[in-house]
Design a protein around this ligand. Sequence first.
Ligand SMILES: [Fe+2]
Length: 339
Amino acid sequence: MTSTPRRDRIQRALDHLREGTTEEFASVVPFGPEQYRDPEIARRERDLVFGRVPSIVAHGSEIAAAGDVLTVRMPRNLVRVERQDDGSAQVFVEVGGRRGPALPTQERHGLVWMVDAVGVPIDVADWLGPEVDAILAGYGLEDLRAIRSEGFDEPANWKLMQDAFTDNYHIQYAHPNTAGKHVHTNVQVVEDFGRHARMLSPRKKIDRWLEEDAGDRDLGRYVIDGHFLLPNSTLLRQPDDHFELLTFRPHPSDPAWCRMEMRLLVPSVEASGLTQEKWQATWDKNWEILLAVLHQEDFPLLRSAQIGLASASAGGMLLGRNEVVNQIFHRELQGLLDV
Ligand SMILES: [Fe+2]
Protein backbone atom coordinates (compact mmCIF):
# COMPACT_ATOMS: atom_id res chain seq x y z
CA MET A 1 0.00 0.00 0.00
CA THR A 2 1.08 3.61 -0.39
CA SER A 3 1.46 5.69 2.75
CA THR A 4 -1.45 7.89 3.81
CA PRO A 5 -0.95 11.60 4.66
CA ARG A 6 -1.10 12.30 8.40
CA ARG A 7 -4.08 14.63 7.98
CA ASP A 8 -6.13 11.73 6.56
CA ARG A 9 -4.96 9.32 9.23
CA ILE A 10 -5.95 11.81 11.92
CA GLN A 11 -9.41 12.08 10.33
CA ARG A 12 -9.69 8.29 10.49
CA ALA A 13 -8.74 8.39 14.18
CA LEU A 14 -11.45 11.00 14.82
CA ASP A 15 -13.99 8.82 12.99
CA HIS A 16 -13.03 5.83 15.15
CA LEU A 17 -13.39 7.92 18.32
CA ARG A 18 -16.82 9.16 17.23
CA GLU A 19 -17.98 5.63 16.34
CA GLY A 20 -16.26 3.81 19.22
CA THR A 21 -14.39 1.60 16.72
CA THR A 22 -10.78 0.76 15.85
CA GLU A 23 -8.98 -0.96 12.96
CA GLU A 24 -9.41 -4.71 12.73
CA PHE A 25 -7.45 -7.63 11.33
CA ALA A 26 -9.32 -10.24 9.28
CA SER A 27 -9.48 -12.83 12.05
CA VAL A 28 -8.22 -13.83 15.48
CA VAL A 29 -5.03 -15.91 15.26
CA PRO A 30 -3.88 -18.56 17.78
CA PHE A 31 -0.31 -18.27 19.08
CA GLY A 32 2.02 -19.48 21.84
CA PRO A 33 3.04 -20.71 24.29
CA GLU A 34 5.89 -22.71 22.65
CA GLN A 35 7.36 -19.75 20.76
CA TYR A 36 8.09 -18.05 24.11
CA ARG A 37 10.00 -20.95 25.70
CA ASP A 38 11.22 -23.46 23.11
CA PRO A 39 15.05 -23.35 22.70
CA GLU A 40 14.86 -24.72 19.14
CA ILE A 41 12.43 -22.01 18.02
CA ALA A 42 14.69 -19.44 19.71
CA ARG A 43 17.68 -20.80 17.77
CA ARG A 44 15.77 -20.56 14.50
CA GLU A 45 14.85 -16.95 15.30
CA ARG A 46 18.49 -16.05 15.97
CA ASP A 47 19.72 -17.67 12.77
CA LEU A 48 16.85 -17.13 10.33
CA VAL A 49 15.85 -13.64 11.48
CA PHE A 50 18.82 -11.84 13.06
CA GLY A 51 21.37 -13.78 11.02
CA ARG A 52 19.59 -12.90 7.78
CA VAL A 53 17.85 -9.50 7.86
CA PRO A 54 18.91 -5.99 8.91
CA SER A 55 18.09 -4.72 12.38
CA ILE A 56 19.04 -1.51 14.17
CA VAL A 57 22.11 -1.64 16.39
CA ALA A 58 22.60 2.06 17.28
CA HIS A 59 21.94 5.68 16.34
CA GLY A 60 24.85 7.20 14.41
CA SER A 61 25.36 9.92 17.06
CA GLU A 62 26.39 7.27 19.59
CA ILE A 63 29.58 6.76 17.59
CA ALA A 64 29.95 10.37 16.45
CA ALA A 65 33.74 10.63 16.10
CA ALA A 66 36.25 8.45 14.27
CA GLY A 67 37.46 5.77 16.67
CA ASP A 68 34.28 5.75 18.79
CA VAL A 69 33.25 2.20 19.71
CA LEU A 70 30.04 0.76 21.13
CA THR A 71 29.94 -2.84 22.36
CA VAL A 72 26.59 -4.58 21.87
CA ARG A 73 25.35 -8.07 22.64
CA MET A 74 23.51 -9.19 19.53
CA PRO A 75 21.60 -12.52 19.43
CA ARG A 76 24.41 -14.38 17.62
CA ASN A 77 27.53 -12.31 18.27
CA LEU A 78 29.03 -9.88 20.74
CA VAL A 79 29.85 -6.96 18.44
CA ARG A 80 31.80 -3.68 18.24
CA VAL A 81 30.05 -0.86 16.42
CA GLU A 82 32.81 1.49 15.24
CA ARG A 83 33.11 4.86 13.50
CA GLN A 84 35.83 4.47 10.90
CA ASP A 85 38.38 7.09 9.84
CA ASP A 86 36.49 7.56 6.55
CA GLY A 87 33.31 8.45 8.48
CA SER A 88 31.48 5.22 7.80
CA ALA A 89 30.06 2.94 10.49
CA GLN A 90 31.24 -0.65 10.62
CA VAL A 91 30.32 -3.52 12.93
CA PHE A 92 32.84 -6.21 13.82
CA VAL A 93 32.61 -9.37 15.91
CA GLU A 94 34.29 -8.58 19.24
CA VAL A 95 37.01 -11.10 20.00
CA GLY A 96 38.75 -10.54 23.33
CA GLY A 97 38.62 -6.74 23.09
CA ARG A 98 39.80 -6.73 19.49
CA ARG A 99 38.18 -6.64 16.07
CA GLY A 100 37.15 -9.98 14.68
CA PRO A 101 35.43 -10.52 11.32
CA ALA A 102 33.42 -7.63 9.81
CA LEU A 103 29.63 -7.96 9.83
CA PRO A 104 27.28 -6.52 7.17
CA THR A 105 26.67 -2.89 8.17
CA GLN A 106 24.82 0.07 6.67
CA GLU A 107 24.02 3.50 8.06
CA ARG A 108 20.72 4.89 6.77
CA HIS A 109 18.32 7.53 8.16
CA GLY A 110 20.79 8.21 10.97
CA LEU A 111 20.56 4.63 12.21
CA VAL A 112 23.22 1.93 12.06
CA TRP A 113 21.78 -1.33 10.74
CA MET A 114 23.51 -4.70 10.70
CA VAL A 115 22.98 -8.36 9.93
CA ASP A 116 24.25 -10.61 12.73
CA ALA A 117 26.11 -13.07 10.46
CA VAL A 118 29.27 -12.83 8.36
CA GLY A 119 28.98 -12.68 4.58
CA VAL A 120 25.26 -11.90 4.22
CA PRO A 121 24.25 -9.05 1.88
CA ILE A 122 22.64 -5.96 3.43
CA ASP A 123 20.33 -3.49 1.66
CA VAL A 124 18.39 -1.42 4.19
CA ALA A 125 16.39 0.55 1.59
CA ASP A 126 15.21 -2.70 0.04
CA TRP A 127 14.41 -4.16 3.46
CA LEU A 128 12.35 -1.10 4.43
CA GLY A 129 10.54 -0.89 1.11
CA PRO A 130 9.82 2.39 -0.71
CA GLU A 131 7.03 3.62 1.63
CA VAL A 132 8.82 3.14 4.95
CA ASP A 133 12.15 4.27 3.48
CA ALA A 134 10.48 7.53 2.40
CA ILE A 135 8.69 7.94 5.73
CA LEU A 136 11.96 7.58 7.67
CA ALA A 137 13.79 9.87 5.24
CA GLY A 138 11.19 12.55 5.96
CA TYR A 139 12.00 12.63 9.68
CA GLY A 140 15.62 13.75 9.41
CA LEU A 141 16.65 11.29 12.11
CA GLU A 142 20.28 11.82 11.09
CA ASP A 143 20.08 15.38 12.46
CA LEU A 144 18.95 14.20 15.92
CA ARG A 145 21.11 13.17 18.89
CA ALA A 146 20.70 10.07 21.01
CA ILE A 147 20.82 12.16 24.19
CA ARG A 148 20.12 9.14 26.41
CA SER A 149 20.25 5.42 25.77
CA GLU A 150 20.16 2.44 28.09
CA GLY A 151 19.89 -1.34 27.87
CA PHE A 152 17.98 -3.68 30.14
CA ASP A 153 18.30 -7.46 30.53
CA GLU A 154 14.82 -8.73 31.31
CA PRO A 155 13.40 -12.20 32.10
CA ALA A 156 10.90 -12.20 29.25
CA ASN A 157 11.01 -13.47 25.69
CA TRP A 158 11.88 -10.69 23.23
CA LYS A 159 8.56 -11.11 21.38
CA LEU A 160 6.54 -10.48 24.55
CA MET A 161 8.45 -7.23 24.94
CA GLN A 162 8.11 -6.24 21.28
CA ASP A 163 4.39 -7.04 21.46
CA ALA A 164 3.95 -4.74 24.46
CA PHE A 165 5.39 -1.82 22.48
CA THR A 166 3.20 -2.19 19.40
CA ASP A 167 -0.03 -2.79 21.30
CA ASN A 168 -2.38 0.08 22.14
CA TYR A 169 -4.92 -2.10 23.97
CA HIS A 170 -3.02 -2.33 27.29
CA ILE A 171 -2.61 1.40 27.87
CA GLN A 172 -5.49 2.11 30.26
CA TYR A 173 -4.96 -1.19 32.12
CA ALA A 174 -1.18 -1.13 32.58
CA HIS A 175 -0.73 2.64 32.70
CA PRO A 176 -3.90 4.08 34.31
CA ASN A 177 -2.11 6.99 36.01
CA THR A 178 0.54 7.74 33.36
CA ALA A 179 0.11 7.15 29.61
CA GLY A 180 -3.50 6.05 30.13
CA LYS A 181 -4.40 9.57 31.20
CA HIS A 182 -3.07 11.12 28.00
CA VAL A 183 -3.50 8.53 25.23
CA HIS A 184 -6.67 6.77 24.04
CA THR A 185 -6.81 3.01 24.55
CA ASN A 186 -7.76 0.61 21.74
CA VAL A 187 -7.88 3.22 18.96
CA GLN A 188 -5.10 2.90 16.38
CA VAL A 189 -4.96 3.85 12.73
CA VAL A 190 -2.71 1.26 11.10
CA GLU A 191 -0.92 1.15 7.76
CA ASP A 192 0.30 -2.33 6.87
CA PHE A 193 3.34 -1.99 4.59
CA GLY A 194 3.89 -5.73 4.26
CA ARG A 195 6.88 -6.10 6.57
CA HIS A 196 6.64 -2.94 8.62
CA ALA A 197 3.73 -0.89 9.87
CA ARG A 198 2.84 2.60 11.01
CA MET A 199 0.31 3.07 13.78
CA LEU A 200 -1.20 6.38 14.84
CA SER A 201 -2.56 6.73 18.37
CA PRO A 202 -4.71 9.75 19.30
CA ARG A 203 -4.06 11.64 22.53
CA LYS A 204 -7.05 12.48 24.68
CA LYS A 205 -6.64 16.20 24.06
CA ILE A 206 -7.84 15.57 20.51
CA ASP A 207 -11.35 15.08 21.92
CA ARG A 208 -12.19 18.77 21.62
CA TRP A 209 -12.13 18.29 17.82
CA LEU A 210 -14.73 15.53 17.90
CA GLU A 211 -17.54 18.08 17.86
CA GLU A 212 -15.78 21.19 16.64
CA ASP A 213 -14.56 21.28 13.02
CA ALA A 214 -10.76 21.59 12.99
CA GLY A 215 -10.81 23.11 9.50
CA ASP A 216 -7.27 23.44 8.12
CA ARG A 217 -5.68 23.20 11.54
CA ASP A 218 -2.77 20.73 11.83
CA LEU A 219 -3.75 18.29 14.58
CA GLY A 220 -0.32 16.61 14.58
CA ARG A 221 0.30 17.63 18.18
CA TYR A 222 -2.66 15.47 19.27
CA VAL A 223 -1.26 12.18 17.97
CA ILE A 224 1.68 9.81 18.43
CA ASP A 225 2.95 8.10 15.29
CA GLY A 226 4.40 4.67 16.04
CA HIS A 227 6.42 2.63 13.55
CA PHE A 228 6.95 -1.09 13.87
CA LEU A 229 10.18 -1.95 12.06
CA LEU A 230 10.51 -5.68 11.46
CA PRO A 231 12.08 -7.59 13.11
CA ASN A 232 12.50 -5.92 16.50
CA SER A 233 12.05 -2.17 16.88
CA THR A 234 9.38 0.40 17.61
CA LEU A 235 10.08 4.03 16.70
CA LEU A 236 7.74 6.56 18.30
CA ARG A 237 7.36 10.05 16.90
CA GLN A 238 6.12 12.26 19.73
CA PRO A 239 4.04 15.40 19.11
CA ASP A 240 6.99 17.80 19.41
CA ASP A 241 8.99 15.72 16.89
CA HIS A 242 11.37 14.02 19.23
CA PHE A 243 11.61 10.25 18.88
CA GLU A 244 11.86 7.24 21.15
CA LEU A 245 13.46 4.10 19.75
CA LEU A 246 12.76 0.78 21.47
CA THR A 247 14.68 -2.32 20.39
CA PHE A 248 14.25 -5.92 21.59
CA ARG A 249 16.82 -8.66 21.06
CA PRO A 250 16.73 -12.35 21.90
CA HIS A 251 19.19 -13.60 24.50
CA PRO A 252 22.05 -15.60 22.88
CA SER A 253 20.71 -18.89 24.29
CA ASP A 254 17.79 -18.53 26.73
CA PRO A 255 14.29 -17.99 25.24
CA ALA A 256 13.09 -16.65 28.61
CA TRP A 257 15.41 -13.62 28.55
CA CYS A 258 15.95 -10.65 26.29
CA ARG A 259 17.85 -7.43 25.94
CA MET A 260 15.82 -4.26 25.51
CA GLU A 261 17.38 -0.96 24.49
CA MET A 262 15.68 2.42 24.75
CA ARG A 263 16.95 5.58 23.06
CA LEU A 264 15.74 9.16 23.22
CA LEU A 265 16.45 10.98 19.93
CA VAL A 266 16.16 14.76 20.15
CA PRO A 267 17.14 17.90 18.21
CA SER A 268 20.51 19.43 19.09
CA VAL A 269 20.64 22.40 21.51
CA GLU A 270 21.18 24.76 18.54
CA ALA A 271 18.25 23.34 16.54
CA SER A 272 15.97 23.37 19.60
CA GLY A 273 16.40 27.08 20.31
CA LEU A 274 16.62 26.24 24.03
CA THR A 275 19.42 27.16 26.41
CA GLN A 276 21.79 24.31 27.24
CA GLU A 277 20.33 24.13 30.79
CA LYS A 278 16.71 24.08 29.65
CA TRP A 279 17.47 21.53 26.93
CA GLN A 280 19.23 19.21 29.38
CA ALA A 281 16.52 19.58 32.05
CA THR A 282 13.72 18.93 29.53
CA TRP A 283 15.20 15.66 28.29
CA ASP A 284 16.40 14.52 31.72
CA LYS A 285 12.83 14.82 32.98
CA ASN A 286 11.45 13.10 29.89
CA TRP A 287 13.89 10.21 30.34
CA GLU A 288 13.07 9.82 34.05
CA ILE A 289 9.37 9.49 33.20
CA LEU A 290 10.10 6.88 30.51
CA LEU A 291 12.25 4.86 32.92
CA ALA A 292 9.65 5.02 35.69
CA VAL A 293 6.83 3.77 33.44
CA LEU A 294 9.03 1.00 32.05
CA HIS A 295 10.29 -0.29 35.40
CA GLN A 296 7.13 0.18 37.46
CA GLU A 297 4.42 -0.63 34.93
CA ASP A 298 5.57 -2.60 31.86
CA PHE A 299 8.39 -4.82 33.20
CA PRO A 300 6.48 -6.38 36.16
CA LEU A 301 3.61 -7.39 33.85
CA LEU A 302 5.95 -8.83 31.23
CA ARG A 303 7.94 -10.83 33.81
CA SER A 304 4.78 -12.39 35.19
CA ALA A 305 3.54 -13.14 31.65
CA GLN A 306 6.78 -15.03 30.95
CA ILE A 307 6.44 -17.02 34.20
CA GLY A 308 2.89 -17.95 33.20
CA LEU A 309 4.00 -19.09 29.75
CA ALA A 310 6.67 -21.36 31.27
CA SER A 311 4.01 -23.53 32.95
CA ALA A 312 3.86 -26.96 31.33
CA SER A 313 0.11 -26.78 30.85
CA ALA A 314 -0.11 -23.14 29.85
CA GLY A 315 -2.61 -23.01 27.02
CA GLY A 316 -2.31 -21.12 23.78
CA MET A 317 -3.53 -17.55 23.31
CA LEU A 318 -5.34 -15.60 20.67
CA LEU A 319 -4.21 -12.44 18.93
CA GLY A 320 -7.30 -10.26 18.87
CA ARG A 321 -8.63 -8.67 15.70
CA ASN A 322 -7.96 -5.27 17.28
CA GLU A 323 -4.27 -6.12 17.85
CA VAL A 324 -3.45 -5.30 14.26
CA VAL A 325 0.24 -4.47 14.54
CA ASN A 326 0.87 -7.52 16.74
CA GLN A 327 -0.82 -9.56 14.02
CA ILE A 328 1.52 -8.04 11.41
CA PHE A 329 4.58 -8.72 13.62
CA HIS A 330 3.69 -12.38 14.16
CA ARG A 331 2.67 -12.87 10.52
CA GLU A 332 5.96 -11.46 9.21
CA LEU A 333 8.10 -13.26 11.79
CA GLN A 334 6.47 -16.55 10.83
CA GLY A 335 7.20 -15.74 7.19
CA LEU A 336 10.91 -15.37 8.00
CA LEU A 337 10.94 -18.65 9.95
CA ASP A 338 9.04 -20.64 7.26
CA VAL A 339 11.94 -21.30 4.93
FE1 LIG B 1 3.14 -0.34 28.19
